[in-house]
Design a protein around this ligand. Structure first.
Ligand code: SF4
Length: 305
């Protein structure tokens, strides 16, 4: 048996980047410490606040709900609620939403489910069946993000917490570097409270993906591990494999990527991002037509060809 470096308990993980073996209790403390440090930097606590957690039913978002519950359930000034967006993907989303429902119920947290179909009159299955050039993910992602923001705002949330972990974030940063997409890189920075937009927070951005899996297992969190049938992330998968290979040889590389990225963001001149209401639906936009309306226009135009 390999022992924890902090007590005599059985180690459940070896963190190559820290050189430590940790038992279940010290591992949990380590995850909670990282999440608390990230949350402190967002500066949203200190006054009563309502956090909407975007829960898909997978290991990251369901663990996030439990972590925030573990950290805040004793506080009267922090309220949690869970939101799931149902994109309309037959045989997949129904199962993952059931898993999200189970974890919210177990923790006694209100769970709200909103459907793309009820809000936009389309489903991801429908868009996929129409064979648009860009593939279902481009539509699904934009509409889901918009609906998540709208739902959180209507439920008076002060912030939306998403389950992006360290690996997701490091991959996204590297992908945008590789594509030379500086605009997208800047869009990753924490959002201020702009008109109609609920600030987004990523409490897990310092927790490696593998550790989120271990957290879910060690806490018996009901999760669904099925993958979306439309997933197509060829380049992201290549970047993921590459980063995992480099991390194995040089532990701590993913943390270094994020540290470097945060330093770049800190140098950005302030005030370069303005938000105005969409002329059609009133949702936030940068130029008078929001991303969801622009996208639905394209879907309708392609349908009429
Ligand atoms: Fe939507 Fe693509 Fe994610 Fe599937 S993989 S849920 S289609 S964004």
């Amino acid at each position: 048996m390999i022992s924890c470096d902090k007590c005599s308990g059985r180690a459940v993980i070896f963190q190559k980047y820290s050189g430590k073996h940790l038992c279940a209790q010290h591992f949990e403390e380590d995850v909670h410490r990282k999440v608390k440090e990230v949350l402190r930097a967002y500066r949203i606590f200190g006054k009563p606040c309502r956090i909407a957690v975007a829960v898909s039913g997978g290991k990251d978002s369901s663990s996030l709900l439990m972590i925030l519950h573990n950290l805040f359930s004793y506080r009267d000034d922090v309220e949690l609620l869970a939101i799931s967006i149902d994109e309309g993907i037959e045989g997949y989303r129904t199962k993952t939403i059931q898993a999200a429902e189970a974890v919210a119920k177990q923790l006694g947290i209100e769970h709200v489910v909103e459907k793309l179909e009820d809000n936009f009159g389309v489903t991801t299955d429908l868009m996929a069946s129409q064979g648009h050039a860009q593939g279902p993910c481009s539509f699904c992602g934009v509409l889901r993000k918009g609906l998540l923001n709208k739902t959180a705002r209507e439920l008076s949330a002060d912030a939306v917490a998403t389950g992006h972990n360290l690996d997701d974030e490091a991959q996204t940063v590297m992908l945008n570097y590789l594509k030379g997409d500086v605009d997208r890189l800047y869009r990753l920075r924490p959002k201020r409270a702009l008109a109609g937009m609920v600030p987004r927070i990523k409490p897990l951005r310092r927790v490696p993906e593998k550790e989120m899996g271990i957290y879910a297992i060690t806490h018996n969190i009901p999760i669904d591990t099925s993958a979306c049938p439309y997933i197509s992330r060829a380049m992201r998968q290549e970047v993921k494999d590459l980063l995992n290979e480099i991390e194995a040889k040089h532990p701590g590389t993913k943390y270094s990527i994020m540290k470097g990225f945060d330093k770049i963001l800190a140098r950005e001149p302030p005030g370069s991002y303005e938000v105005i209401p969409c002329n059609r639906c009133g949702e936030p936009s940068s130029d008078g037509i929001c991303a969801s309306c622009r996208l639905l226009d394209r879907v309708r135009a392609e349908q009429s060809l």
